[in-house]
Design a protein around this ligand. Structure first.
Ligand SMILES: CC(C)(COP(=O)(O)OP(=O)(O)OC[C@H]1O[C@@H](n2cnc3c(N)ncnc32)[C@H](O)[C@@H]1OP(=O)(O)O)[C@@H](O)C(=O)NCCC(=O)NCCS
Length: 149
């Protein structure tokens, strides 16, 4: 689909910054509330050594994700969320591709993730491969996926 909105700014989000708070709001709204779940302080306190990336549009945070280093060469992509009203317009692709360049520049060689079943076609479009069987996480079906950078 052609890009419908312009002036998108990919950014790194500092842990516990005002932008980080906005990313938690977005993650809650897109990923947790539909499942009747919420983040807790304990879960978030573990994110201090993660990388947090997002997309700004006219000062609003419209997409975000988290990257968790797993080893010297592997980094895990988590919590990929695009504002509901802007999904399907190429924003998720821009954010994931930005996070791939970001990870590669830091020396990582592979991204792995647990994809929600609904998002598997999205990651396939971006050349991620599925790995192993389906499993349940946060009450929904997932499958492991990965991409060599
Ligand atoms: C999944 C998500 C991150 C994708 O972001 P997005 O901005 O909507 O996706 P994009 O518009 O960048 O899509 C990129 C490509 O994937 C395709 N795609 C996206 N979602 C798809 C789907 N569910 N089924 C089939 N194709 C899909 C698009 O058609 C597009 O293809 P194209 O480049 O050939 O036109 C977003 O929809 C979202 O936040 N969903 C809810 C939360 C979620 O499920 N997060 C993932 C958790 S693992």
């Amino acid at each position: 689909m052609p890009m419908l909105i312009t002036n998108l700014l990919p950014v790194e989000i500092e842990f516990l910054s005002p932008l980080y708070d906005l990313s938690i709001n977005l993650r809650d709204k897109i990923l947790r509330e539909p499942l009747g779940l919420q983040f807790n302080a304990d879960e978030l306190s573990k994110e201090d050594s993660d990388y947090h990336l997002g997309i700004l549009h006219k000062g609003d945070l419209i997409a975000c994700l988290v990257l968790t280093p797993k080893s010297k060469s592997v980094i895990k992509m988590r919590q990929v969320a695009v504002l509901e009203s802007l999904q399907g317009q190429g924003i998720g692709r821009i954010l994931v591709e930005y996070s791939e360049s970001f990870s590669k520049a830091k020396g990582y060689e592979k991204i792995e993730l647990n994809a929600r079943e609904n998002a598997i076609p999205f990651y396939k479009k971006l050349a991620y491969s599925t790995e192993g069987d389906f499993f349940e996480e946060v009450t929904i079906v997932h499958q492991k996926m990965n991409k060599n950078l």
